[in-house]
Write a protein that binds this ligand. Structure first.
Ligand code: CA
Length: 234
């Protein structure tokens, strides 16, 4: 297994440093954030394999950070809670936390939990998912259905295949030729610009509810990445 990348979100500096030092010593690649805003920024930038998330944070709290991560990603989250926050624990699981650890905890216990969660996800997460979920968008490969902004979207076969391929390659710039090959196979001798037509139609169908998914990568082709529409300067 490659070194897993862990995002540690904790406003108490000594605790944050302790966790980071321990995980690094165990061979993890660690990114740290001291508040909710930084955490979400770091999450988007670094795309960690796991998040250790303190609940009580200044600004955007742990609930909100977890909720936002969950609205678009399956990245496992381990919540840090103070002793006796039983209600918080329940809420944490409702929000999709994969595990929780009560403070004070031993760093050794934390590392064991991190490994256990990563193992579980590695086993269950699967390389060949049946369904992909993003903020405002759900694509079901088996049923070949798609919902955007909570409503079913009618897609042609090619549009569906294109969307699935791009979404499964999330974050990667894809050349038109590569997309053509995926959709029509090696023999297709047509114009790579055909892809532009399909992408334009997909955008019309999918991007009506405040999220953008299909981005132009100038000089290359396209990239799938969920971005809130107001954040995009295109
Ligand atoms: Ca805290």
């Amino acid at each position: 297994m490659k070194d897993a990348k862990v995002l540690v979100v904790e406003d108490e500096e000594n605790v944050r440093r302790l966790i980071a030092a321990y995980l690094e010593r165990e061979g993890f690649d660690v990114i740290a954030a001291a508040d909710g805003h930084d955490a979400l920024d770091a999450f988007r930038r670094a795309q960690p394999d796991l998040v250790i998330l303190d609940l009580m944070l200044p600004g955007v709290d742990g609930w909100e950070v977890c909720r936002r991560i969950r609205s678009g990603y399956d990245t496992p989250v381990i919540m840090l809670t103070a002793r006796g926050e039983e209600l918080d624990r329940i809420k944490g699981f409702e929000l999709g936390a994969d595990d929780y650890i009560t403070k004070p905890f031993s760093p050794r216990e934390l590392v064991l939990r991190v490994r256990a969660v990563l193992r579980r996800v590695g086993e269950d997460g699967g390389r060949n998912p049946e369904r992909l979920r993003f903020p405002g968008l759900e694509i079901d490969r088996v049923r070949r259905t798609c919902r955007a902004g909570g409503r079913p979207v009618e897609l042609t076969r090619r549009e569906f295949d294109l969307l699935w391929f791009m979404a499964a390659s999330r974050g990667r710039a894809l050349e038109r030729e590569e997309l053509l090959m995926q959709l029509w196979g090696y023999d297709y001798a047509g114009d790579p610009r055909t892809i532009d037509v399909h992408v334009t139609r997909l955008r019309d169908k999918l991007e009506k509810h405040g999220w953008k998914y299909l981005h132009t990568v100038w000089g290359v082709g396209y990239k799938f990445e969920p971005v809130e529409a107001r954040d995009r300067a295109e």
